[in-house]
Design a protein around this ligand. Structure first.
Ligand SMILES: Cc1cc2nc3c(=O)[nH]c(=O)nc-3n(C[C@H](O)[C@H](O)[C@H](O)COP(=O)(O)OP(=O)(O)OC[C@H]3O[C@@H](n4cnc5c(N)ncnc54)[C@H](O)[C@@H]3O)c2cc1C
Length: 370
């Protein structure tokens, strides 16, 4: 049975667990990564579009802004260490409301004052270069050169490979129980693989389990814990649908990279005239046809080239939204048990800042090189 005082158990194989396992190993930790097989339990991260909305966020200050800014900077440092991951840099957020223009221009000035490269593009500048963006009420748009998009599936694969190279031991197991044992934690494991151990002793446990965190915390035997420890961190599911489109009528200049159009993301793909579109925001875990149709039609405002697009494939996933608390949940539940879940709509973006928070909480100094 693997028993080591200094084993850190990272639970979850979505973006947060993958980045955390890799980063802790880079910081010198001995990591066992409990990562259920994606073919049995598909992480929500594989449904994501991978848009990194950092600098163009409307948050001016506070935790959310700090996490976004830090994460963007870290992604740019870390991606070259991971191997090839399809990525696009530069994000355009279109504005269709006249009364928003002044507010967005003020955001641009504030960000520029902080040394963040954000710019305003007028309607004329946008339409001269990208006629596909034409719509009668277009006012202009934010141009954020350091925001962007990463393809989630290759990203997770690259992180898994890089983690393995750093010696992370990956176990395809579900965690079904967690209890204190002296100063350590005993995890109960369930796996199809008969070679996978059924328990693991770790000095610390990081729960990067999205919506699964509730189930796991409910299994924690509270009678053996300090009464001051709070185990109630409710999260609600919010479903998202997305699709890949073929757009034969898309004007040849295409799009200026990933675009946010009336809250909907349009992501150019490598193949000409192909786009990803997403995502709906549907409370609960059941998808609704009308939400998908509304998204495809940009709520009645889609230009002709988009109305005539052909849907090549569609998918959906469920996001974890903290109830009554801001996303994400970053909390120390008990000495050696950390919860890093509930990233709602930004789990790809915020995974690096989350991993760095975790490393600091566990007392690991960051490595000298990035
Ligand atoms: C359609 C759609 C589009 C999105 N687009 C974007 C986007 O453009 N940009 C962005 O940043 N975010 C986006 N998101 C949000 C993003 O997908 C989530 O915020 C992110 O996936 C959260 O990652 P996670 O690792 O916390 O959770 P998940 O990816 O859900 O992973 C949780 C992991 O925990 C495991 N787990 C749970 N319970 C246990 C247990 N008991 N034992 C072992 N393992 C367990 C699961 O198997 C899974 O591997 C989108 C989401 C959807 C649905």
């Amino acid at each position: 049975m693997p028993v080591c005082r200094d084993v850190i158990a990272v639970v979850g194989a979505g973006s947060v667990g993958s980045v955390t396992a890799w980063w802790l190993a880079r910081c010198g930790a001995q990591v066992v990564w409990l990562a259920p097989d994606a073919s049995l339990e598909r992480p929500g991260s594989l449904a994501a579009l991978g848009v990194l909305m950092g600098h163009c966020s409307r948050r001016l200050r506070g935790r959310s802004w700090r996490l976004r800014r830090t994460s963007l900077a870290l992604w740019r440092q870390w991606l070259p260490l991971l191997g090839p991951v399809p990525q696009q840099w530069g994000l355009t957020v279109l504005c269709h409301q006249a009364d928003e223009v002044e507010r967005l221009q003020a955001l641009v000035r504030q960000r520029q004052g902080e040394g963040v490269p954000l710019a305003w593009r007028t309607r004329g500048e946008l339409l001269n270069r990208w006629p596909a963006l034409a719509s009668s009420d277009l006012q202009g748009g934010l141009w954020s050169p350091q925001d962007g998009q990463l393809d989630p599936a290759p990203l997770l694969a690259a992180l898994a490979g890089a983690a393995e190279r750093l010696g992370v031991q990956r176990r395809p197991a579900q965690v079904t129980g967690l209890q204190p044992e002296g100063k350590n934690w005993r995890l109960q494991l369930q796996a199809r693989d008969p070679d996978c151990p059924t328990t693991l002793l770790a000095s610390a446990v990081v729960l990067c389990t999205g919506l699964g965190a509730g189930r796991l915390l409910a299994a924690l035997n509270s009678s053996s814990l300090d009464s001051a420890i709070r185990l109630n961190w409710p999260m609600t599911p919010v479903l998202g649908q997305a699709a890949e489109l073929h757009c034969p009528m898309l004007p040849p200049q295409g799009l200026p990279g990933p675009v946010v159009w009336r809250g909907v993301h349009l992501i150019p793909r490598l193949q000409d005239q192909r786009l990803w579109i997403g995502a709906t925001v549907e409370p609960g875990d059941q998808s609704q046809v009308q939400c998908f149709d509304q998204m495809l039609g940009l709520d009645g405002a889609a230009p002709p080239w988009l109305r005539q697009a052909q849907v090549l494939g569609r998918w959906q996933g469920v996001r974890a939204r903290p109830a009554g608390r801001p996303a994400p949940l970053l909390a120390t539940l008990a000495p050696g048990v950390l919860l890093t879940s509930g990233h709602y709509r930004n789990g790809i973006l915020l995974a690096p800042a989350t991993a760095v928070w975790t490393g600091r909480q566990l007392g690991f100094p960051a490595p000298d090189a990035p």
